[in-house]
Design a protein around this ligand. Structure first.
Ligand SMILES: [Zn+2]
Length: 290
């Protein structure tokens, strides 16, 4: 994109909402502060088992749905903020269980993807979407570079810096590391139902991706997506290209359908399944390397 890195125009269809934010004073609250998070608000990253013994390291870019208080819910209703547009429903629970089952480090992001999508380059328009699926996000309309910079500096950067530091430390210690990027997807998107319960995503079809596809397809009654429901691209994804491909680390991205993991029992069941299959995959990887 030439010129400004960000779209300058305010789409006409959302301008009335933007105007109403100005009228209620919310707009000022969003542009004036020099900080985004107040001291009593949670940090942008949660690390589980930083000293975990496993070769696996998990990340969950969309684990949380908090909105910084100053952003006044971005003008989005409570009910919309419970939906998949705000976060990856269920994936925090699955990732927490996986961390415990495998004694693996896990890095989870705390704030809603509507504030800043930590799996997008911050200059990409969908990083702070003005519309998500069919829902307007008034608090993302007409953001200044300063507004964007606060979200990048206080959420995106510390989250990814923490992941980077953990990976650097493991590399310095000569530790073998396999990164698993955890996500979940909505069963129905823009009216289209998705039949697969789980997807394995990759930019290059690595041995790990092939093994995980084989193992999941051998499970009873599962429909498995291969680069479905999404494909990884350098333009739309940030985490796998940055912490996986660019570092030359073995990695894979996982997508689990949200109705499977909306409740605690499903989260545990899917974590147990992935713990079992990842252990198997790891021993096959080691056997093929020997
Ligand atoms: Zn996600």
């Amino acid at each position: 994109m030439g010129g400004s890195r960000f779209p300058a125009a305010i789409p006409l269809e959302v301008e009335p909402l933007y105007t109403s934010l100005i009228a209620t004073g919310q707009r000022d609250r969003m542009t004036q502060p020099t900080r985004l998070l107040e001291p009593d608000e949670p940090g942008p990253v949660r690390v589980l088992r930083p000293e975990g013994a496993s070769d696996f390291l998990f990340t969950a870019d969309h684990a949380g749905k908090l909105i910084p208080r100053r952003l006044r819910q971005l003008g989005v209703s409570d009910s919309e903020l419970q939906r998949h547009i705000a976060w990856d429903i269920g994936i925090a629970g699955v990732t927490e269980h996986l961390s415990a089952l495998l004694d693996a480090t896990a890095v989870l992001q705390t704030y809603s993807r509507l504030v800043i999508d930590c799996n997008r380059h911050p200059t990409w328009p969908s990083a702070m979407p003005v519309v998500s699926e069919y829902t307007d996000v008034p608090g993302n309309v007409g953001l200044t570079d300063a507004d964007r910079a606060l979200r990048v500096d206080e959420i995106f950067t510390p989250y990814h810096d923490r992941t980077r530091a953990l990976l650097d430390a493991r590399q310095a210690a000569g530790r073998r590391t396999i990164v698993v990027f955890m996500h979940s997807f909505t069963p129905v998107f823009k009216g289209a139902a998705r039949a697969m319960e789980v997807g394995i995503l990759f930019a290059d079809k690595t041995p790990l991706a092939s093994i995980m596809l084989d193992l999941l397809r051998a499970e009873d009654g599962l429909t498995v997506g291969e680069n479905e429901p999404y494909a990884i691209t350098a333009n739309s994804d940030y985490s796998a290209p940055t912490h996986g491909d660019a570092r030359g680390l073995t990695h894979v991205e996982v997508e689990i359908r949200q109705d499977e993991i909306a409740e605690p029992a499903g989260q545990l069941a899917w974590a147990e399944r992935f713990a079992r299959l990842l252990r198997l995959a790891d021993s096959r990887l080691k056997a093929s390397a020997a």
